[in-house]
Design a protein around this ligand. Structure first.
Ligand code: ING
Length: 303
């Protein structure tokens, strides 16, 4: 069977003034630890190179510009790509992308899948942007992803790699069943995703008190309903005053959590993923060809 040891490399807080080199060094250390445990794929968080800057209203254009990557790899991130190639371990990396496309400068919340040769296999741009495009009154922290990024324009691609079909999501995407299904319909075996999930997102204490439960509920449901492995990796802990959930997980196509982080710091968790486990679900309960009835689903793709 197609067995692969996968790792989730959870990151604790990243300070506002922490240099990218420091984050890269932390990630290289975890990549090495994961390699030591036989991992072939390591999943890092969303926006893993900097503090979660959408929590702030940033007026100065140059200050805002400094939060994005104009190239990947870059001198600051090259050591991570080099370590991957040296150890033959691939990875998922979330970062803020600034790109000139269709004649204009554009900004996306992006992730890349990098193969064991250290080369980029594919790119994904976050489709579901939570929060607001303007500062909201009465909030200790803002959530301005709609101000700082455009919705992704690459769809939900699935790539051949690591002995199977690998897809990507970013954070809020994991709450939207459509994201999993579009990849499920492409035969995805494993979905890699990173997240930065504050505990005060809605301001409703009953809802915010369920942030940890909703984190796992979303990923477990998505994994089971699409017969896919899901590796969800947090950037967590109290980061510049904002408390973000941890509990990074590796979830099987059964929906079962097979590994979970126990701290709010940098922590590597691993599990042996049998990529053929999803097959038995796709041949029975979730045999899309035999059971799906698209004629009844039209509303899903309407505004
Ligand atoms: N963060 C959060 C997420 O979707 C959020 C926003 C928090 C939504 C809590 C709902 C509840 O996990 C990002 N970056 O999408």
């Amino acid at each position: 069977s197609r067995q692969i040891i996968v790792a989730s490399a959870q990151m604790g807080p990243i300070a506002k003034d922490e240099p990218r080199q420091s984050c890269v060094a932390r990630m290289v250390e975890m990549l090495r630890e994961a390699h030591g445990r036989g991992a072939k794929l390591v999943v890092f968080p969303e926006l893993a190179l900097t503090s979660f800057f959408p929590r702030w209203m940033i007026e100065d254009k140059d200050e805002l510009d400094a939060w994005y990557e104009e190239a990947l790899p870059s001198p600051a991130t090259q050591p991570l790509f080099d370590a991957a190639a040296e150890l033959s371990v691939g990875f998922y990396l979330g970062y803020a992308e600034k790109v000139r496309e269709e004649g204009r400068i554009r900004h996306f919340n992006t992730s890349v899948l990098v193969g064991p040769d250290g080369r980029i296999i594919g790119k994904y741009r976050k489709v579901h942007l939570p929060g607001h495009d303007a500062p909201q009154p009465g909030r200790a922290f803002q959530h301005l992803e709609k101000r700082y990024f455009e919705p992704g324009n690459l769809g939900f691609p699935v790539f051949d790699g690591f002995g199977g079909r690998v897809g990507m999501m970013i954070c809020n995407d994991r709450r939207w069943p459509e994201a999993y299904r579009v990849m499920g319909l492409q035969g995805v075996d494993l979905i890699a995703l990173g997240y930065n999930t504050p505990m005060d997102h809605t301001g409703h204490s009953d809802i915010d008190g369920l942030t940890q439960f909703h984190n796992h509920l979303s990923m477990q449901a998505g994994a089971y309903q699409n017969a896919s492995w899901v590796v969800g990796t947090a950037k967590c802990g109290r980061e510049e005053g904002s408390m973000m959930v941890g509990q990074s997980v590796i979830i099987a196509p059964s929906g079962e959590i097979v590994a979970m982080a126990g701290t709010l710091e940098d922590e590597v968790i691993t599990a042996k993923a049998d990529l053929d486990m999803g097959t038995r679900y796709r041949e029975t309960i979730f045999d899309f060809a035999r059971h799906r009835e698209p004629e009844s689903y039209g509303l899903i793709v309407e505004r």
